[in-house]
Ligand binder design. Structure first.
Ligand SMILES: Cc1cc2nc3c(=O)[nH]c(=O)nc-3n(C[C@H](O)[C@H](O)[C@H](O)COP(=O)(O)OP(=O)(O)OC[C@H]3O[C@@H](n4cnc5c(N)ncnc54)[C@H](O)[C@@H]3O)c2cc1C
Length: 223
């Protein structure tokens, strides 16, 4: 609506109708795709004057969907490009009221900015004196145990494999948490049946196979 105010310069119109999403994780990718779809299917029809000005740009420091497998990343890149999302690799170093500044000095004027660079470990998780996984999550071994505290297990977004396990980074997704929950329920039942239930008993029991995350779906999607 603002861009329809008479007397605006072409440049100002383009700025107002430039939607920028920062962060190419699942949320940023999903949002950019939906926004572009909304623009192509609805906005352009209702507000014909915006047709040549409105754009969606997704800015990501590395690769989009970096915690997912390669085929899914390629698929998402293709779909986003097809639906008109402009993908930019860059690191935002400053946000001004009407423009972003990237580390290479590029200025990106915007009318709408969606910041979607993910969530980090909470101050409480950070304060725990357990070894941490890359990314600062509670470090766990292949059986989801915190090695320095034998009766402590950690699952879900707060935890990640210790680097020493050589296991890949777990995507912070509900499906991972759900699978870990099921695995851990079985493991605790096994420990209980095998005479566990006492402090440190996890150490004396044969734990069986380690936790394994298997992707499902033709693109290896965990969602
Ligand atoms: C916008 C968005 C979209 C997403 N979409 C998807 C999707 O489509 N598919 C998918 O698989 N995943 C998705 N996810 C990720 C998914 O939500 C998380 O991976 C999942 O919720 C992790 O589960 P969790 O139990 O580890 O943590 P949470 O769901 O965050 O639960 C942790 C709980 O612990 C509580 N808590 C925290 N600290 C304390 C404390 N000190 N004492 C007591 N309680 C505490 C919190 O209040 C919270 O209720 C999405 C996430 C976001 C943000």
């Amino acid at each position: 609506m603002l861009s329809d105010v008479p007397g605006l310069s072409e440049e100002e119109k383009s700025r107002l109708l430039h939607c920028v999403v920062v962060g190419g994780g699942p949320t940023g990718v999903e949002f950019s795709g939906e926004l572009s779809d909304f623009i192509l299917k609805d906005v352009r029809q209702t507000y014909a004057h915006v047709k040549d000005y409105i754009h969606v740009t997704l800015i990501e420091a590395n690769e989009i969907l970096s915690s997912f497998d390669d085929s899914l990343r390629r698929y998402a890149t293709k779909q986003l490009t097809k639906s008109g999302v402009h993908l930019v690799r860059g690191i935002v170093k400053d946000v001004k009221p009407q423009k972003l500044i990237l580390t290479d000095g590029t200025e990106v004027p915007y009318g709408l900015l969606v910041w979607s660079t993910g969530v980090g470990p909470s101050p409480f998780v950070k304060s725990l004196e357990f070894p941490k996984s890359p990314g600062g999550r509670i470090g766990i071994d292949e059986w989801l145990r915190v090695p320095s505290a034998p009766d402590v297990f950690a699952i879900g977004d707060c935890s990640g494999f210790l680097e020493s396990t050589g296991k890949p980074v777990l995507p912070a997704l509900a499906q991972v948490a759900e699978r870990q929950g099921k695995y851990l329920a079985n493991l605790l039942n096994k420990i209980g049946k095998d005479g566990g239930g006492r402090s440190n008993s996890g150490k004396e029991v044969e734990l069986g196979g380690p936790f394994a995350l298997q992707a499902s779906g033709k693109h290896g999607n965990y969602r």
